[in-house]
Design a protein around this ligand. Structure first.
Ligand code: GKR
Ligand code: MG
Length: 419
């Protein structure tokens, strides 16, 4: 069961102008789609970041894989360590926390690990969730992921969501998402407007959706003092407060005063950060993400550490397509300690590279696919179109800040701890 050929295809798909602390989403989101072609025509699928630096690193690993046994994950780890050891992948958008060599290795390893598990599932005729030890749940809950947004891109391209920059418009956005997907919890991407305005928006959401667990995530956009103030004002309203301020030290300062748990996908993003964060009691919930935590099996291992230290587990998302969603669903279903509704950017896109029908949101949840492997199939025509979009759009990395400067002028300052 050897790997014969490795095909990595960069793709782009239309993304609305969603706002965050660093700026605004560009017209296209980028991803890499991986096909591991193995003996007997079995193909394992993977999906991850589409930035040029990541693509370059992934391609260097791809060149080493033909001839390897698709069941030999330790060999993959050795190859990644040998080829990329010491390198540090950095991105320009600043929304994924710090960069370390171990995070770089885990990110590239995770891309291939998922595809190897998919191929293994096809050989064994079992879903990936079975390879991970079996399902702890049949369906995985997701939360509605709200964004403030501009009404249109610079080229005039609009979208069905319109301009969302007031609490009223945000409640409308939430209503559409909840009606359409059945979500039962809600997250707001904050750090865009002054905290008072965002506190009001969360209160408006609480009034409009009584009993719904709510979260706000300014991506480290506030000072510790502001984080403490927001925590006080939203006590009893928020399920958790995500990355109010940058860094483990600042998070610990806020956590000591906050009634609700603090969550992160920014101050703890690799194994090196766990010990200091746990020691400082900086977080109550960790947002896992198999794309940079070393794939599906390492995400499960991470979960055991969290459980041992009384830290809850949720899941982070970036703009993504169906292969990633399938992987997220399998690992979340097979990880008992992952009890919070996961994030997803799914509602923000209107296209995919997989055949439709397998991944459906009902009651805010996605049922674990039952077919072999990840349970999703690539649509080769859709893949070709998304690749053409990648070539045509000319974007090669995510850069929300430069795009925002074209809307707001060069005075716009992205920032971590603006308020
Ligand atoms: O899509 O703008 C975005 C988000 O801000 C994303 O990039 C973050 O990584 O969703 C993420 C988060 O929870 O911080
Ligand atoms: Mg976050």
């Amino acid at each position: 069961m050897k790997i014969r050929e490795v095909v990595i295809t960069p793709v782009a798909f239309a993304d609305p102008p969603l706002l965050n602390v660093m700026g605004v989403h560009e017209p296209y989101a980028l991803r890499s789609i991986l096909q591991l072609v193995c003996d007997d025509g079995v193909v394992g699928l993977g999906e991850s970041y589409g930035d040029a630096t990541f693509l370059d690193q992934a391609r260097r690993i791809a060149a080493e894989l033909p001839g390897e046994d698709v069941f030999n994950l330790p060999a993959l780890r050795r190859i990644v360590d040998r080829v990329l050891g010491g390198e540090v992948f950095t991105d320009r958008h600043g929304l994924t926390g710090g960069f370390t060599s171990s995070k770089t290795l885990a990110t590239v390893y995770g891309f291939f690990e998922v595809a190897m598990l998919d191929a293994q599932g096809h050989y064994l005729n079992r879903p990936v969730s079975d390879l991970l030890g079996g399902k702890a749940r049949d369906e995985v809950d997701f939360s509605a992921y709200l964004f403030y947004k501009f009404g249109e891109h610079l080229d005039g391209r609009g979208d069905e969501w319109g301009d969302v920059r007031t609490a009223e418009a945000l409640v409308g956005e939430a209503r559409t998402m909840v009606d359409r997907y059945g979500f039962r919890s809600i997250k707001l991407k904050g750090g865009v407007f002054p905290p008072e305005q965002e506190i009001e928006a969360v209160q408006a959401l609480a009034d409009a959706f009584p009993g719904y667990p709510l979260r706000i995530d300014p991506n480290g956009g506030w000072t510790p003092a502001t984080g403490i103030r927001v925590a006080r004002e939203l006590a009893g309203v928020l399920e958790y407060l995500e990355d109010p301020t940058p860094g483990i030290e600042g998070m610990a300062e806020v956590a000591a005063q906050a009634q609700m748990p603090l969550a992160t996908n920014m101050c703890v993003v690799c194994l090196d950060h766990l010990e200091p964060a746990l020691r400082a009691r900086a977080i109550g919930v960790l947002l896992s993400d198999h794309h940079f935590w070393g794939g599906l099996r390492d995400t499960q291992a991470l979960s055991m550490t969290c459980q041992a230290f009384g830290v809850g587990l949720s899941m982070h998302s970036n703009s993504h397509l169906g292969i990633s969603l399938a992987a997220m669903v399998h690992v979340a279903a097979a990880t008992p300690h992952l009890t919070y509704a996961c994030d997803t950017h799914w509602p923000w896109k209107d296209t995919d590279v997989i055949e439709p029908g397998v991944l459906e949101f009902r009651g805010g949840a996605v049922r674990v696919p039952e077919g072999p492997g990840l349970g999703v199939r690539l649509d080769q025509d859709a893949l070709a179109r998304a690749h053409e979009d990648y070539i045509r759009c000319g974007q090669t990395k995510r850069d929300d800040t430069s795009y925002m400067k074209r809307f707001a002028g060069n005075d716009f300052e992205p920032n971590k701890a603006r308020w």
